[in-house]
Design a protein around this ligand. Structure first.
Ligand code: UDP
Length: 326
């Protein structure tokens, strides 16, 4: 297949490009390199352009006949979205709308969307299923929720079919240490903890110790990036069989607290870095864990790396390589 991967130079998108390339697909990456890196694109060709640029998109779509679009390009920092909502609505919503419009105009009818568990907000029941109410509690979650609505309506009104994958907490890196989280201002717990272990940060802040959870810190469902990519491949296969649009959670169905993750990072790195208890971060739900029955049942998804130790080990190898200490 010929597949357009937006955000293919970023963390998750670059793993998708690697897997598609390795399977012999023809890949075009569309990325403005705002948070992505040219050298992370291991296969295909990179078009450096912005999704706000309809002319650039129209030109690309008129020259290439894509069988599918996988849309990864987005901003992903929850508390930044609270401070700068317009940035999130512009890039995550408005630019996604441009992309969907380009697909409609050029007859591309297969669409994979990177959604998020943040669409559920503060879930009323955990594990959270796809049928749970969608009440985001931050602009990041709303920006993704709004794209899901667009896709639902467009799919109803046209021949476009989509799969929306609601990611839980994606972590880990390519087993051969070619790819990983590269963004220097990364804010995610595992990356920040590893960078603290490397001495690149003075201490790790635990944001909130008074949550209604067993140890007072937030609980998240951490999923290895390669299991997530496999879910995308299965979703692509599902859509190419002509199946209807569908939404799937992508998580393992169990969670770890912030304290548990930090302990595991110390164990894997064998470095006892400084940890500071801090106040809550804005926009954080206390517990979010996936009910992943649907994707297992309907796509036959079988996670291979449901192991926090492996997740952290691959991320640790990557961080060491990235910072020249391996
Ligand atoms: N977290 C933390 N310290 C950090 C980064 C994150 O305590 O330096 C917490 C954060 O408050 C949340 C959990 O770790 O409870 C996971 O946050 P992350 O940013 O990794 O992902 P999110 O769940 O926001 O998508």
């Amino acid at each position: 297949m010929k597949i357009l991967v937006t955000g293919g130079a970023g963390y998750i998108g670059s793993h998708m490009v690697r897997t598609l390339g390795e399977s012999g697909h023809d890949v075009v990456v569309y990325d403005n390199l705002s948070t992505g890196f040219r050298e992370s694109v291991l296969y295909g060709r990179l078009v450096k352009a912005d999704l706000a640029d309809m002319t650039a998109m129209d030109e690309l779509f008129s020259h290439e006949k894509f069988d599918a679009v996988a849309h990864f390009a987005a901003h992903i920092v929850v508390d930044e979205s609270v401070r700068e909502p317009v940035k999130y609505y512009r890039n995550n919503f408005s630019n996604a709308l441009n992309l969907v419009e380009a697909c409609l105009r050029h007859g591309v009818n297969t669409f994979l969307f990177s959604s998020t568990a943040a669409v559920y907000g503060m879930p009323v029941a955990v594990p959270v299923s796809e049928e749970a109410p969608l009440v985001p509690i931050n602009p990041y979650g709303w920006s993704k929720r709004m794209v899901e609505q667009v896709l639902q309506d467009v799919s109803h009104a046209s021949g476009l079919r989509y799969v929306s994958l609601r990611y839980f907490n994606v972590a880990g890196a390519d087993a051969e240490t070619r790819l990983g989280q590269k963004y220097k201002d990364a804010t995610h717990l595992i990356t920040v903890s590893l960078r603290t272990a490397l001495g690149l940060r003075k201490e790790l802040n635990i944001f909130g110790t008074d949550y209604d959870t067993p140890d007072g810190t937030c609980v998240r469902d951490y999923i290895h990036v390669d299991d997530l990519i496999n879910a995308h491949i299965l979703a692509l296969d599902y859509l190419s069989k002509g199946k209807p649009s569908r939404v799937f959670n992508c998580g393992y169905g169990h969670g770890y607290s912030v304290r548990e993750v930090v302990e595991k990072v110390k164990q894997v790195t064998e470095i006892d870095f400084a940890v500071q208890e801090a106040g809550r971060r804005e926009g954080d739900p206390s517990v979010i864990v996936a009910d992943s029955d649907r994707i297992k049942r309907e796509l036959g998804w079988m996670p291979k790396y449901d192991d926090l130790d492996y997740i952290i080990r691959t991320a640790w190898a990557w961080e060491q390589k990235l910072h020249g200490t391996l």
